[in-house]
Ligand binder design. Structure first.
Ligand SMILES: Cc1cc2nc3c(=O)[nH]c(=O)nc-3n(C[C@H](O)[C@H](O)[C@H](O)COP(=O)(O)O)c2cc1C
Length: 370
């Protein structure tokens, strides 16, 4: 299984360590950022979701039309748009952009407050059951040659049928994220790719075996993606010094509450219970800032419960090797995004990405020869 390299685009420049200095939606930046990912050799870019962010489908269309091969992964929260409608939106976008470049990432909401911004007051356990049904109806709408009925606890359709199907045999890949009660079963039964945040190796190995077991019970194979925030420099010393600089910049912006984190709205408010996957990262950070030699959790500790925040730190070769250790565990897709979003994408295209591809190819060849 060839390695897949994912990035993440936003509609304006900014990160935890870089204050936003543009409009909320900057069309020029979306075009430039998408093209930079394609030129750097990325396969796909994620478009995040929050109840206050720009619309992911519109951003995905802009990214696809600004590039040739680059694929997209649209983060989507079930509960607001009917799965039959989302299926037709995905298939239509697939046809209008050359085919085989569109995928969907199912998120069930780590923040009650953010769910309620869009009018959803359901409990998390129900949100995961709903996501399970959403994926079932979405898949059937994308594949069923004839009208079908579905009568679930959350979705009910009669004679549902989409004249527009995915443009290629690749279909619309289904990604999924979340680790709280009920999440694993839903993801293992319904998704093609289970997305994980960058925990230490032993923890990721545990997630992979638990999720694979649940998928096997459903007679399914499932792939894994891992999200991290690489920090790279020519020497290891320089890389750690860079991490310290990023920490200082993020701390200063956090203090000024000027963080350019465009997904800040999706973060749980301090008084509410945070996402299980985010909690796990916090617990690792409390145990120490560095795990497995070079996985740095300084920003995780500083920013509190949130999403992708753990950083492999080192030279391009050291970081590639650190990530390929997850490849040995069964992770075949890597989502990497920087604290200097555009600058890092351009930088990683020079060494990190070629090293990751070469390293995965060598490992596959050794495995095949063994
Ligand atoms: C790679 C990845 C990307 C995610 N992107 C988003 C996002 O854009 N918006 C969001 O609200 N949650 C996002 N999530 C969060 C989760 O999908 C999940 O809904 C949330 O963490 C709650 O999960 P849990 O409490 O079950 O761990 C993402 C998760 C992963 C692993």
């Amino acid at each position: 299984m060839p390695i897949e390299l994912l990035g993440m685009i936003a509609t304006t420049a900014g990160s935890e360590a870089k204050a936003v200095d543009g409009p909320v939606v900057d069309p020029g930046y979306v075009k430039e950022f998408s093209r930079a990912h394609e030129e750097a050799g990325f396969d796909r870019v994620l478009i995040g979701y929050s109840a206050s962010s720009p619309d992911g489908f519109a951003v995905a269309a802009a990214a696809l039309h600004a590039t040739e091969q680059l694929k997209v992964l649209i983060a989507h929260r079930p509960g607001f748009v009917a799965p039959t409608v989302v299926a037709r939106k995905l298939a239509t976008l697939d046809h209008l952009t050359g085919g085989g470049r569109v995928a969907i990432h199912h998120i069930s909401g780590g923040s009650e407050a953010d769910q309620r911004r869009d009018g959803d007051f359901s409990e998390k356990a129900d949100r995961y059951r709903r996501t399970g049904e959403f994926i079932e109806v979405l898949r059937r709408t994308l594949t069923s040659p004839e009208p079908f009925d579905y009568d679930g606890d959350f979705y009910r359709v009669e004679g549902a049928f989409s004249a527009v199907k995915p443009a290629t045999d690749a279909g619309i890949p289904i990604y999924f994220g979340g680790l709280s009660e009920g999440a694993v079963d839903v993801g293992a039964r319904g998704a093609d790719v289970y997305m994980l945040f960058g925990e230490p190796l032993a923890d990721v190995a545990e997630h992979i075996s638990t999720i694979r077991e649940a998928a096997a019970k459903a007679g399914r194979h499932i792939d894994f993606s891992l999200s991290t925030r690489p920090i790279i420099a020519d020497t290891e010393e320089e890389a750690w010094a860079k991490a310290d600089r990023i920490y200082a910049e993020a701390a200063e912006l956090k203090a000024r509450a000027a963080s350019g984190d465009t997904l800040a709205f999706a973060r749980p408010l301090h008084r509410e219970r945070s996402a299980a996957s985010a909690d796990r990262l916090q617990r690792h950070a409390q145990r120490g800032d560095v795990h497995d030699e070079r996985l740095w959790l300084g920003i995780t500790r500083l920013m509190g419960p949130a999403g992708n925040s753990t950083a492999p730190v080192g030279t391009p070769a050291q970081v590639a090797e650190a990530l390929l250790k997850y490849y040995d565990l069964g992770v075949t897709r890597f989502l990497i995004r920087g604290f200097d979003p555009l600058g890092d994408v351009r930088d990683w295209g020079r060494e990190l990405i070629p090293l990751l591809r070469e390293g995965a190819r060598r490992r596959d060849a050794e495995r095949a020869a063994a």
